[in-house]
Write a protein that binds this ligand. Structure first.
Ligand SMILES: Cc1cc2c(cc1C)N(C[C@H](O)[C@H](O)[C@H](O)COP(=O)(O)O)c1[nH]c(=O)[nH]c(=O)c1N2
Length: 258
């Protein structure tokens, strides 16, 4: 079969890119109406078709409609967000406090995507060296759902300002299961044209060209067809964020950066 036969039609391809570029993290634009069960089923089906290490499929999906459960999560968020705010000082702290960073009660539906770290037994194909590969897989389920949701006109917001052990307790997760993504879902009044954080002046999209290296870290692409194509592909896309490189960050427990 010729390569061209494997391609999507131009319209189909445009649809995929449209979902990618118009997907937004939604916190402020949720409408109260419900997400119909058949739409939610399609989103979950999209998530379940994500790639996973060793075909582990480590995810589960907790569909949270209960006001009581959501109120507990919201209270947790409020505590954690105070702790997060305390990490900033002066004017930046004030700007942080003005940001809306969740839609737990504004959205009609919350969804927790989890990762069962024991699924598939002790030796999962492909997860011998990088043990976090199961967590990466669960993140891909999140992204599948996020993109499918955009195509359905459903907004999704990821809330990570939650203490995972506390979240696991409220949701009754077994010991081997960790929460990966706590998501707020619902139809929206609008999808913003740019990330809400960019519009709020918090942080801008980094220029893609600065993030592409040639062969080894730190070596820019030589002038040539790829550099030119990148310039063309990124034209008209707002960027210009500050690219902080190789600065010391707070060690992240369990990560390669620790
Ligand atoms: C792992 C992870 C965790 C979070 C997020 C995202 C991801 C990938 N984002 C959303 C984030 O702010 C957003 O994706 C970026 O600002 C870019 O905007 P768009 O997603 O392109 O609209 C997010 N947003 C928010 O308001 N509260 C949050 O706690 C989080 N947490």
């Amino acid at each position: 079969m010729a390569m061209a036969d494997l391609r999507f039609s131009a319209t189909e391809r445009d649809g995929v890119y449209r979902a990618i570029f118009e997907r937004r993290d939604v916190r402020s634009q949720f409408l109260p109406g419900p997400v119909p069960p058949e739409v939610l089923a399609r989103l979950l089906q999209a998530a379940h078709h994500a790639p996973s290490v060793g075909f582990m499929q480590p995810w589960d999906f907790i569909v949270i409609e209960s006001r009581e459960v959501r109120e507990q999560i919201k209270a947790q968020y409020a505590r954690e967000n105070e702790r997060a705010a305390a990490r900033f000082s002066g004017e930046q702290a004030e700007r942080y406090r003005r940001l809306k960073l969740e839609g737990i009660l504004d959205s009609p539906l919350n969804l927790c995507i989890t990762c069962d770290r024991s699924r598939g037994g002790p030796h999962v194909l492909g997860r011998n060296t990088v043990l976090e590969a199961d967590l990466f897989s669960a993140c891909l389920a999140v992204q599948n759902l996020w993109l499918a949701a955009r195509a359905e006109g459903v907004g999704v917001g990821w809330v990570s300002i939650l203490e995972p052990v506390e979240l696991a307790r409220v949701l009754g997760l077994p010991d081997t299961v960790v929460p990966v993504a706590y998501l707020c879902l619902g139809y929206v009044s609008a999808f913003l044209p740019q990330p809400e954080l960019a519009l709020a002046g918090w942080r801008q999209r980094l220029p893609l060209q600065e993030l592409v290296h040639a062969d080894v870290w730190g070596q820019p692409l030589p002038p040539g067809p790829l550099a030119q194509a990148l310039d063309a592909a990124t034209q008209g896309i707002p960027s210009g964020g500050k690219h902080e490189q190789n600065i010391k960050v707070r060690p992240v427990p369990g990560s390669a950066c620790a």
